[in-house]
Design a protein around this ligand. Structure first.
Ligand SMILES: [Zn+2]
Length: 197
């Protein structure tokens, strides 16, 4: 089977993880990062340009979630990772949208995975996964917790476009998570995607 080509979106602070992926995992990737702003008023053009010059024929964007990649982190300029995700989520004349695989880096485990508890609305057990402005950029959080999940009070796998995994699980079996993100591209949930939330 041919491998799905991946684009890796990451903050410079997390470059060691990107290098690990390149050097140790058997995946097909594009070794590029958006590093110059694209000056245009035309958002469609910007998306198309990023696809042509950076994302190319990738079908998956691996988004590394570290301590410097949140919406609320005002010390960080998130322009590049935001544009990379927006272009990944866009259908452009230069190519169609990528699947999005969020990989939570170890320093963020405790901030994102908060255990589980019994829901006061439905009495079922829910896992608490903090994907919000404190942990990720909106382009990821919005398309992870898409509005109006089927069950009402919690999000099932089918209610999310972005796929999420821990770094340790990812490196054990990268192909499995890449395939999951790839398959999302053809599902109904794509109708709910928002490129610039
Ligand atoms: Zn519930």
């Amino acid at each position: 089977m041919t491998k799905h080509k991946c684009f890796i979106s990451f903050k410079t602070e997390d470059i060691e993880y990107k290098k690990y992926i390149q050097n140790n995992l058997d995946i097909d990737y594009i070794d590029k990062s958006l590093n110059v702003p694209i000056h245009s008023e035309d958002e469609d053009y910007i998306m198309q340009k990023i696809r042509e010059d950076y994302l190319k024929d990738s079908t998956i964007t691996i988004h590394l979630i570290g301590e410097c990649s949140s919406e609320d982190n005002k010390l960080q300029n998130q322009y590049f990772i935001k544009k990379e995700l927006q272009a990944s989520l866009s259908n452009t004349v230069a190519g169609s949208r990528n699947g999005i695989l969020g990989v939570v880096l170890p320093s963020m485990y405790d901030n994102i995975y908060k255990g589980s508890g019994i829901c006061t609305k439905c009495d079922e057990k829910h896992k608490y996964v903090c994907i919000n402005d404190e942990t990720v950029i909106k382009e990821f959080s919005y398309n992870y917790y898409l509005p109006n999940p089927k069950s009402g009070c919690s999000w099932g796998y089918d209610d999310r476009y972005c796929v999420l995994t821990k770094w340790d699980d990812f490196i054990e079996n990268p192909e499995r998570y890449i395939d999951l993100a790839f398959d999302k591209r053809e599902t109904d949930i794509t109708k709910k995607i928002k490129v610039r939330p």
